[in-house]
Write a protein that binds this ligand. Structure first.
Ligand code: KG4
Ligand code: ZN
Length: 403
């Protein structure tokens, strides 16, 4: 396969965002360059908000409903959508396999068969898909979609680990039309702090595609803790952005919250104690029965102190890891990487480390789940020829580990 310039179409359905992206990648390992031709993301937040968290079966249903319209939009934006004069007939044997892939997604099958025969095979080199970790029913929709596209378009499939995607996100260009050169500045060893609603981990990257998880949360993920604390404070889901907005008003609290495991000798994290400490404060104060004004003051105080506690722990462990492994690059990734305080403090504290590691952080539009980051991660896998040997048998794995 020609690897000096590749167009990769990627699919992401691991949680509550459905996304399809087309990425143009070139330069190989030595000088990788990315151009995001399209990155369409539909968030299901509003649908899950009333349940206070992501409901797997609802997520699955929404992915199945949205994938075809998103694919169409994504191809169109990337200027790769060409309608046929007459629909192409799908051969009977292919039809049988596609019906089998979408056995549990009849709506997606119907939409697939109504759309795909009408368009010409797009000029892409590979199809990338998130195979895990994430919510398994949600992941399967994307995986099955990739299988069906592989069958009709005859393009190879690159299975991608979602967390590798969050690492690659920091390497994407910030403007859709811009070409990213940032990656040429990645030097190994690198340390990545991955923080999302499901994960909190420190990853040691000794070389391209060589990952070792050196620390992770023993209980709640940090994003999950933000979401749970927000709920205690009667703030809407997802709580991360809400807490961080209130924290920015900088209302110092008359109490301190714990920084769990900040001095432990390992690189693990724990956020459930911090969350419980907030719960005690909420109970102690009789938060529910407070009047509006004191309630608002308390929310701002908790938000400020909770965020400081979480950020302190995340940064302290990352700096410790960067020093121990003499990291030349530190990477931040995942939904919580949108947190302004974390971005700012990580940057300033890393600048005091000597020798100073290069700090890569994703543009705000690539912190949350998106398919562009999956395509970027897939590029390096494709360079190594790591395509699915038998795409029809590809599996989703909710607990997939980065290695
Ligand atoms: O990576 P992501 O979009 O989805 C998962 O793979 O989990 O991360 C979502 C998480 C949620 O817990 C959300 O509350 C958190 O990221 N989050 C934030 C902020 N923006 C999103 N947490 C703290 N501060 C933010 N600004
Ligand atoms: Zn994620």
């Amino acid at each position: 396969m020609k690897t000096n310039k590749m167009k990769i179409l990627a699919i992401e359905t691991s949680c509550d965002e459905t996304s399809v992206s087309v990425l143009e990648a070139s330069g190989g390992f030595a000088r990788p360059k990315f151009k995001v031709l399209s990155n369409v993301v539909i968030s299901q937040i509003k649908i899950h908000a009333k349940w206070g968290g992501v409901v797997p079966n609802l997520a699955k249903r929404e992915h199945a409903k949205n994938l075809i319209p998103i694919l169409e939009k994504s191809l169109k934006r990337a200027k790769l959508l060409q309608k046929r004069k007459r629909p192409a007939a799908i051969p009977a044997d292919q039809l049988k396999k596609i019906s089998f892939f979408f056995e549990r997604e009849p709506e997606l099958l119907a939409r697939f068969l109504a759309f795909i025969p009408d368009i010409k095979t797009p000029k892409i080199d590979a199809i990338a898909v998130t195979v895990g970790p994430g919510l398994e029913p949600a992941l399967w929709v994307g995986v099955n979609f990739a299988k069906a596209l592989n069958l009709v378009w005859d393009k190879p499939v690159v299975p991608v680990n979602h967390m590798e995607g969050h690492i690659a996100a920091s390497l994407l260009a910030t403007k859709p039309s811009a070409v990213s050169h940032q990656l040429s500045s990645i030097k190994f060893p690198a340390i990545a702090l991955l923080v999302s609603g499901g994960h909190t981990e420190l990853v040691l990257i000794r070389d391209w595609l060589r990952y070792k998880i050196i620390g992770q949360t023993r209980d709640d993920a940090v994003g999950e803790a933000f979401d749970k604390v927000a709920r205690m404070l009667e703030l809407p889901y997802p709580g991360g952005p809400e807490i961080s907005k209130l924290a920015e008003e900088k209302f110092p609290a008359p109490f301190t919250l714990p920084r769990p495991m900040i001095d432990s000798r390992d690189f693990d994290f724990s956020f459930s104690g911090l969350k419980t400490a907030v719960l005690y404060k909420v109970k102690e104060l009789g938060f529910e029965n407070l009047r509006e004004h004191p309630k608002m003051i308390f929310k701002k105080e908790v938000a400020y102190e909770f965020q400081r506690a979480a950020v302190d722990v995340l940064i302290s462990k990352t700096i410790k890891a960067a020093k121990k492994y003499k990291a030349k690059t530190v990477i931040l990734g995942g939904g919580v990487a949108a947190n302004k305080e974390l971005r700012r403090q990580m940057g300033s504290q890393l600048s005091a480390v000597s020798p100073q590691p290069n700090f890569l952080l994703p543009d705000l539009k690539f912190t949350g789940d998106n398919a562009a980051m999956i395509a970027a991660a897939a590029y390096f896998r494709a360079l190594k020829g790591q395509f699915a040997k038998n795409p029809a048998r590809l599996k989703a794995d909710g607990n997939l580990i980065l290695k």
